[in-house]
Design a protein around this ligand. Sequence first.
Ligand code: DC
Length: 219
Amino acid sequence: MYSIAIDGPSGVGKSTLAKALAKRLGITYLDTGAMYRAMAWKALSLGIDPNDEERVKTFVDDVKIEVKYKDGVQQIFVDGTDVSLAIREHHMSKASSDISRHNCVRTKLVAMQREIASNQSVVLDGRDITSVVLPHAEYKFFLTAKAEVRAERRAKELEAKGNVVDFAKILKDIEERDYNDSHRANSPLTLTPDSVLVDSSNMTAAEVLEYILGFIKEE
Ligand code: DC
C-alpha cells in the first residue's frame, strides 16, 4: 500500500495528472478540491456567505459529504444530493477557495481524506496534501506552471466548448485564487522540502504523466 500526494495551484492540471496516474497504477484517486467545493455548495444553498465563519460553523458538523465512485469516476454527494456537476460552475471556484480558509471546514475534510487514504493505495491532489494531509506519503509532488500558461490553457478549454473568452479576466481569477490559497493562515499552499517540484509550463499532460511515473516504483 502506498500514497501519492500532489499539490499545486489552480488550473495547473493536477486532477488530469492524478486521474491518469490512478488509472495507470490501478489505485484510487481522491480529488480533495471537490470536497471544499461541496462545502461551498452547501453554504450557498443555505444562503450563507462562505467567508462568514460563524455562519459556516452552524452547518459544518452536521453536513454529510460522501465520496463515491461510479465506473471509476468520482462523484460527490451533499446530504444525499449529487452535486458533482453543480460544484464545477464558475462561481464555485472562488466560493470554495473562500470557505477553505476556515479551520472547522479543514478539520472535518482532512479527517475524511486521511480515512480514505488509510486502507488503500491512493493518489490525492489538493493544496495541503504534501504538508498536512499525508506528510508521510511515499511520493510527493508539487506541480506548478506560470499563471499566464495556466490561464491560456483554461482559455483554450473554454473556447473549445464554444465560450467567448476574456483572457484578462481568466488570468485575474487565477492570480486571485493563487494569492488566496497561498496566503491563508490555515494550511496554505506550500512547497515542502521533500516534494519533487515539477514545472509543467513547457510540458504536455502526457509528458508530465510519464515524468511522474518515472518516480513510482510500485507500477
Ligand atoms: O482544486 P480545486 O480548484 O477544485 O479546489 C477548490 C478550492 O479548494 C481551492 O481554491 C482551494 C481549496 N482546496 C484546499 O484548500 N485544499 C485542498 N486540499 C484542495 C482544495
